[in-house]
Design a protein around this ligand. Structure first.
Ligand code: SAH
Length: 464
């Protein structure tokens, strides 16, 4: 280990930053965040630093560097960018016995600063020993995505209970079990979502009974349209802490691989006309698993509240007093639009967009045709592959021209995406000719022409 990691307490400590540019500003920002008393020494200042000086947050010595400025300081930063000045600062500071950092010059510095992930009071510091700061920054970006933004709140919340938990649960193993059940369960999610008041009440109740059993909960999580890169951070995190995962047909294999390895996986199906588990059974299963103390992940294709029956599922959960949370996902209409190059709205071609289902109920498609079949509107049809002939005929019957533009996007956003464009008259034949299968979306509207106009297909390569 070339450097000894440490966190300095700089509260009200006098620090000197030499330099008046953007780099100096960045350092001043961090030092001020740690409540240091900062003096900047430079003949001139960038606007950001000037604003801080004007606001009285920072003192300014309007002069070139001079060692007399070191008197009474605890820490020094040289950020002038000029080799001679930086060297002079480093030498003078070392002589005065002060810790000095020269930005991007570890060889001149007596300390270096890490890349940080700030979830105060939780702070994670990453260092490559000053060798490859870009690598530290890349690693930082990865960690940022794994650590929820509310983690600082959680750290603060837990710290506030530390003493009480220690007094109430004396046995160390039991105490660890207690903290694990708190920090990995719904109570922690409540804190991170900002509902500390509720979490505090529950914490007190649990402490009173020294209850270390994990509390069950259901997370209804949108997995997006299929491409794993389109998951949300929150979805990924919940996938990695779930005990049980209930997934259906739309959830791709690659996505399931991101679920915690030892989580139990339950396929609850749903193919058209071949429901692996009726909805009511899925609802009851979730209730039972959560009551047994499991953290249940209900993983759904796209967005749970867009043709996802998420509404019905949470009704049952609420009726049984089960904790739940809904995590939105990118709905397939957004995914298909983006990846096929078809804007859903456009100033000239579509001022509104409507999502409908082409699924038959009792054998007929019940849609408000006159409201749908109008120009200046994009219609996205979910679950419409098998009813496409009836859909297209109905649109024409209700006034849209037979040559009105239509696209069908199969397995949108995945490596196997296919986009086929045609008209209301030709689409049914195209579906048959290309053997288009579910999942696919039909997009009806003049915006479809834009994808062709923009040469989108050539760019992403039509795979046919
Ligand atoms: N909740 C989902 C929709 C579920 S209904 C969402 O928000 O996307 C199932 C229908 O969604 C499918 O029949 C298909 O029309 C559409 N769909 C889902 N994923 C798709 C994908 N990757 N490509 C095209 N259509 C998709």
């Amino acid at each position: 280990m070339d450097y000894f990691p440490a966190f300095l307490k700089l509260d009200d400590q006098a620090c000197l930053v030499v330099g008046g540019g953007e780099t100096a500003l960045h350092k001043v920002r961090l030092l001020s965040a740690a409540r240091a008393r900062v003096t900047v020494m430079a003949p001139g200042l960038c606007p950001g630093l000037q604003a801080r000086v004007d606001a009285g947050e920072v003192q300014w010595l309007a002069a070139r560097f001079d060692a007399s400025a070191l008197a009474g300081k605890r820490l020094v930063v040289a950020a002038t960018g000029g080799d001679a000045v930086d060297r002079a600062v480093a030498a003078a500071a070392k002589q005065a016995g002060l810790w000095v950092n020269v930005v991007d010059r570890p060889e001149l510095s007596t300390y270096i600063t890490p890349s940080i992930i700030d979830r105060s009071p939780l702070v994670i510091a990453v260092s490559t020993g000053g060798g490859v700061p870009v690598l530290a920054r890349l690693l930082r970006a990865r960690l940022e995505s794994l650590i929820p933004s509310g983690f600082g709140r959680l750290a603060r919340f837990a710290a506030g209970f530390r003493q009480r938990v220690r007094e109430r649960i004396v046995d160390t193993d039991a105490r660890r079990a207690f903290w694990e059940s708190v920090l990995e369960g719904p109570l922690a999610e409540e804190v991170m979502n900002g509902d500390e008041a509720r979490a505090e009440r529950e914490m007190l109740e649990r402490l009173a009974s020294a209850d270390t059993r994990p509390r069950g909960a259901v997370y209804l999580v949108g997995a997006g349209p299929g491409n794993p890169d389109l998951l949300t951070f929150r979805a990924l995190r919940l996938m990695q802490q779930a005990d049980v995962v209930l997934y259906d047909k739309l959830v791709a294999e690659e996505l399931l691989e991101l679920v915690r390895r030892d989580a139990q996986r339950i396929y609850v199906g749903k193919e058209r006309a071949n429901h692996a588990l009726p909805q009511e059974d899925i609802n009851q299963l979730m209730v039972r698993l959560a009551q047994d103390g499991h953290r249940v992940l209900r993983l759904k294709g796209g967005d749970p509240f867009t043709f996802g029956r998420g509404g019905e599922e949470i009704e049952t959960l609420a009726a049984h007093g089960i904790d739940f949370e809904v995590v939105p996902g990118i709905t397939s209409a957004s995914g298909a639009a983006a990846y096929a190059g078809i804007p859903l709205t456009h100033r000239d071609y579509a001022q509104s967009v409507v999502f409908v289902t082409g699924h038959r109920q009792d054998g007929s498609i019940t849609l408000d045709w006159p409201a749908l079949a109008r120009p200046g509107q994009t219609i996205v049809v979910y679950m419409g592959v098998s009813t496409a002939p009836a859909l297209c005929a109905a649109f024409i019957e209700h006034g849209l021209p037979a040559d009105y533009p239509v696209a069908i996007v199969e397995r949108a956003t995945t490596a196997r995406q296919r986009t086929i464009t045609g008209t209301l008259a030709t689409l049914p034949g195209l579906i048959e000719m290309h053997a288009v299968r579910s999942p696919a979306l039909i997009i009806v509207g003049e915006v479809v022409k834009l994808a062709e106009k923009l040469g989108w297909y050539r760019r992403i390569g039509e795979r046919d």
